[in-house]
Design a protein around this ligand. Structure first.
Ligand SMILES: [Zn+2]
Ligand SMILES: [Zn+2]
Length: 393
């Protein structure tokens, strides 16, 4: 089968590799019809997370079940399925509680597994013609329709980008009438903002420094905040103070937001020197911006080991300086971590089917799998207005 293979830092190739096949009785093999490129793929591409040459990349796949192991009961050959990025068994101590991202069986000895991520198990990725799905009855979300129909792009975003964005709003406890700021207007950030909007937020601010992303945020109805124009915390406070309407006593003190989301992670840019990274930048800004009694959701990735930490503020073992006292004194609740796919995937699927949600509005590029080396390079350099790429197989 053809597959996107990691070769070396900033080098991928599309190569022939051995076909994915049923290896255990509860596996299926899916023929991929669409897969997506994710900022997390760039953590491997950039040589930050210790990817091993030869690794098949991709963790956002959609396709048709082609082969079914004898112990698979629910999923059938010919089913259209989307494959959530974070693998789980569905029945262990953590899965039974809905904490599927911390599954104890899928990658024995660890809490959680995933396709094509170093340290997350041996599972090959879905930027390939075929992909093996372990614990298939748990890890296939069955969908209506046929490949290439009106929901092809919406459904592929259930594999990770939208689910992670939705999870960020859960971590930040977003509820009706909340004010919400999302740092990062890549695919996950835009879909976190979109999720906040679906949940009834009254104001949604989308913070970034790339013009095409800010344009997309405005197109979707969020207030774009351009970091190149100055401190985003002050910009949001100004916008909020300028609103018309009556105020409750003391409301001026609450000109920040009630819910803040980090959709950037450890590769945050230093605002004063955007060519440099500073993994403390976004969390520091959020700690200043969030109102007393507010909530933060940290959905951007923080890696356990960083092969090339930023000279200022970075740390090879992920120990970062965080303004703990500010958060304590404001009584802020902070939620972290990977999305528990099991809690959300079927709900989000149904929002698409009912016509209530169309997350595919964030997709900017469709490419053939053979173009992967070029699109990885352009996405990594943040050129050509790329927000989200879908490979058509
Ligand atoms: Zn992803
Ligand atoms: Zn489990």
């Amino acid at each position: 089968m053809r597959a996107v293979v990691f070769k070396a830092t900033r080098e991928v190739a599309v190569e022939d590799v051995p076909d994915a096949r049923v290896e255990r009785d509860d596996d299926v093999v899916v023929r991929v019809t669409s897969s997506a490129l994710c900022g997390t793929d760039l953590h491997m591409y950039d040589g930050r997370t210790g990817a091993v040459p030869g690794m098949v990349l991709g963790h956002e796949g959609l396709g048709i079940v082609e082969d079914v192991g004898p112990a698979v009961h629910r999923v059938q050959r010919g089913d259209r399925v989307v494959l959530p990025a974070h693998l789980y068994c569905g029945v262990c101590f953590n899965c039974a509680r809905g904490d599927s991202a911390a599954c104890l069986r899928v990658h024995p000895g660890h809490a959680g597994g995933a396709y094509a991520m170093p340290g997350m198990g041996p599972f090959r990725g879905s930027q390939a013609e075929l992909v093996r799905v372990p614990f298939a009855d748990a890890n296939c979300v069955i969908l209506p329709g046929v490949p290439g129909d009106e929901h092809e792009d919406d459904f592929v975003l259930i594999a990770d980008a939208w689910v992670t964005g939705w999870h960020a709003t859960e971590l930040a406890g977003v509820r009706a009438a909340d004010t919400v700021a999302v740092f990062g207007a890549g695919a996950v950030g835009l879909l976190a903002a979109y999720s906040a909007q679906l949940r009834g937020a009254s104001e949604v601010y989308s913070v970034d420094l790339i013009p095409e992303r800010l344009d997309k945020a405005a197109e979707l109805g969020f207030a774009p905040v351009d970091v190149r124009q100055g401190d985003p915390v002050e910009q949001i406070r100004e916008l909020r103070r300028a609103r018309p309407g009556a105020r409750l006593p003391g409301e001026e003190e609450m000109a920040g937001v009630m819910a803040g989301i980090d959709a950037v992670g450890f590769q945050a840019r230093d605002r004063r020197h955007p060519d440099r990274e500073d993994p403390r930048q976004v969390i520091g800004d959020l700690a200043r911006l969030v109102n007393p009694t507010g909530r933060l959701g940290i959905a951007g990735v923080f890696t356990a080991t960083d092969a090339a930490p930023a000279p200022e503020g970075g740390h090879a073992d992920g120990s970062l300086q965080v303004p703990w006292a500010a958060l304590f004194n404001k009584g802020v609740t902070v939620g972290f971590g990977r999305t528990h796919d099991r809690r959300y995937t079927t709900h989000l699927r149904d929002l698409i089917i009912s016509g209530r949600a169309r997350p595919s509005q964030i997709i900017t590029h469709h490419e053939s799998l053979e173009n992967a080396p070029s699109i990885y390079d352009r996405f990594d350099r943040r050129v050509d207005g790329i927000v989200k790429v879908v490979f058509r197989h």
